[in-house]
Write a protein that binds this ligand. Sequence first.
Ligand SMILES: [Zn+2]
Length: 320
Amino acid sequence: MLDVHFTTDVEIWCDNWSRIDEQFPEAFQRYVYGPTPQGNFGIPYALKILAEHGLKGVFFVEPLFSTRFGKKPLEEIVGLLKEANQDIQLHLHTEWVDESIKPILKDTKQKKQYLRNFTLAEQKILLKVSKDLLQQAGSGPISAFRAGSFGFNRDTLKALKSNCIKIDSSYNQSTNGAKSGICTGEIITDPFECEGITEYPMTVFKDGSARLRHTQLTACTFAEIEGLLWQALEHRKKSFVILTHNFELLNRNRSRPDYVVINRLKKLCKLLDQNRDSFKVCGFEEKLEEKRMEQKNIPTSSRWRTAGRMIEQAYRWRFS
Ligand SMILES: [Zn+2]
């Protein structure tokens, strides 16, 4: 049995930082509900697909935007997820820090993209503020975290521990992993312990061109993800972390549905639903007792699957 963590990072972006107050109401609708002439393809639509297959995902919700726009929009997101009985955990994009109406930190002159750009003391404050915001919005207890753009470091784990968050899923060898200073250069595929935190790395694989990729709904075909899931099961991996975002069922302009990705999600949910004796879709658990394991059998995807993805992605970019 393989633990499969279907994770969605939930976040809102305005088109440009100089006009966020003007743009936010429309951005909120677009990123949360995903209205298009063909229907709505935002969070409620994804929740409906999960519900049709009785699956519970982990939603890492970014709350720091509410220091600018108030708690109501955050409560609305949390309300949707709670009503759907999904697991709500913490995500954090530090691009919002300097946009807060009340300063969160002493020095916020510069916009910083990654949490690792902040000192340990600052990270502790940012995590406390974000966790409080999410809990006050009704999330329930927070036990797991993912840094925005995977931009964490060892201090983040210390800051998490001091905020009683014992699980992290920010390690991504294909994006910012080496810069975290944790396990530099190593491809880690199973959960491991670091600084008293259980780290669940993003599942990464080598594709047919030997490039390292993470398993993200918009970045892999269904055939690739399916092949990797069966391979992970065969190799007795402990967990498999899949990434998506609240806006991935829309095209790049967020103006139309991306039916290729929608079909990927539907097929993936069906596969996970129909193979419950092999795949257990679940939340994260503390696994401190487990020592770091020797990481063998890096998942790989064949050349023909890589070629299949390139064709499918080209179709998406052209027609959606
Ligand atoms: Zn994010």
